[in-house]
Design a binder for this molecule. Structure first.
Ligand code: AP5
Ligand code: MG
Ligand code: ZN
Length: 215
């Protein structure tokens, strides 16, 4: 299955992507994670992406599209994948469409996770992630058993650099400016499924699973 996850910062894309990918056994491709990994390793891509991400701005399309193309060409994507946080604008969607049609692939479902702004701020300011395995936590809604320590691997939990209030607001403003044409596009193509994300993680995942079963 080939799935796209669209949604506001903090809507729960990464959290639910992990659950979906485990259940369908497909790779989880998050452009944000790819950039953060490159920043950690200090690669050329990481050096270029860092300044945009720290301000909450989009990384330029040439870099983003190239990173996705490179990832989709890997063998593990041949029978399905989930893209989390890509495409983010119409130009990226056009590039994705070309990449897929060139290889006779098509998208099966686009899940649109919409969340009210207040909820986003609350979720993101309390988010923590594991510096080793990437597992996502929340001090308020999804805490680890021991504060500051990952349940899965025992490593230390950190806060993302772009989870400061002023950067969150910038990410949200950019999201609000760019999302509508994408939603309209995938709606016209008959691929869009709106997912209500105000309930807890278990309930949201249940709704997603039911939606995907019907695709
Ligand atoms: P990216 O990493 O994609 O960040 P984002 O879109 O801002 O989304 P987040 O990862 O912050 O939120 P999420 O929806 O994954 O929520 P999560 O599951 O963690 O992008 C970062 C940056 O990279 C961008 O700003 C840009 O610079 C660059 N970039 C990335 N892709 C790009 C692209 N295509 N083009 C150009 N630039 C790009 O959940 C959030 C919190 O809420 C967690 O604490 C979680 O535990 C909690 N939570 C989740 N669901 C629930 C629930 N149902 N109930 C209670 N709590 C919940
Ligand atoms: Mg994420
Ligand atoms: Zn961990």
């Amino acid at each position: 299955m080939r799935i796209l996850l669209l949604g506001a910062p903090g809507a729960g894309k990464g959290t639910h992507a992990k659950l979906i990918c485990e259940s369908l056994n497909i790779p989880h491709i998050s452009t944000g994670d790819i950039f953060r990994d490159n920043i950690r390793k200090n690669t050329f891509l990481g050096i270029q992406a860092r300044s945009y991400m720290e301000k909450g701005e989009l990384v330029p399309d040439e870099l983003t599209v190239a990173a996705v193309k490179n990832r989709l060409e890997k063998e593990d994507c041949s029978s399905g994948f989930l893209l989390d946080g890509f495409p983010r604008n119409i130009n990226q969607a056009g590039n994705l469409n070309k990449m897929l049609s060139d290889t006779n692939q098509r998208i099966d479902a686009v899940l649109f996770m919409e969340a009210p702004d207040k909820l986003i701020l609350e979720r993101l300011t309390e988010r923590r992630y594991c510096s080793k395995c990437g597992r996502i936590y929340n001090n308020k809604f999804n805490p680890s058993e021991v504060e500051g320590v990952c349940d899965s691997c025992g490593d230390v939990l950190l806060q993302r650099k772009d989870d400061k209030k002023e950067v969150i607001l910038e990410r949200l403003a950019i999201y609000n400016k760019t999302i509508k044409p994408l939603v309209d596009l995938y709606n016209i193509l008959g691929l869009l499924h709106k997912i209500e994300v105000t309930n807890n993680i278990e309930e949201v995942f249940y709704k997603i699973s039911k939606t995907l079963e019907a695709v």
